[in-house]
Design a protein around this ligand. Sequence first.
Ligand SMILES: Nc1ncnc2c1ncn2[C@@H]1O[C@H](COP(=O)(O)OP(=O)(O)OP(=O)(O)O)[C@@H](O)[C@H]1O
Ligand SMILES: [Mg+2]
Length: 168
Amino acid sequence: MGTWETISTSVEMTERLGEALGKVVTSGDVITLDGDLGAGKTAFTRGLARGMGLRSRVTSPTFTIVNEYNDHDGVPRLFHFDTYRLSDAEDFYAAGLDEYFQRDGVCAIEWSSVIEEALPKERIRFEIEGNGDERKITVLFPETKRNAMEELRKEMEKEGMDFADISM
Ligand SMILES: Nc1ncnc2c1ncn2[C@@H]1O[C@H](COP(=O)(O)OP(=O)(O)OP(=O)(O)O)[C@@H](O)[C@H]1O
Ligand SMILES: [Mg+2]
């Protein structure tokens, strides 16, 4: 498991981080996004979709739980969840939403802590904290994703984003 910390100083920077991730994800990846209301989870996902090559504009799926983006061939689908309105993992299973983890595409899940028990162990976690324009972003990823994550890091370092490795 790798653990990094970084700081985003603007909404654009958070989107760029999502975009850099979008360039290295593959079908089957599960990305979780946690942090308070307005932390930047949807902003990050907007960048993610762009980086994946999707053209549709990402909007918050709060009322639908999951939005599917599948706008042209040759790029993975994106399943964008916002589980804020669910009570717990039982709710998630009852709605059959765990089936998305077997589907061909990338899952990005806002408020994933609500459904913690239903989440696959192998996932890339982004925890966003802070207010004003500055956000502390903690990134946790499994070793199977290390190469992809190192690529993301290199890309973002070129743009002046610093990463601290806080893995134990
Ligand atoms: N560094 C930053 N990163 C991300 N967003 C920022 C940053 N600085 C300011 N913002 C602002 O914070 C807000 C983030 O909104 P966003 O909808 O992405 O949050 P969210 O985490 O998805 O919230 P919710 O829990 O309601 O879904 C935007 O208004 C954005 O302009
Ligand atoms: Mg949101």
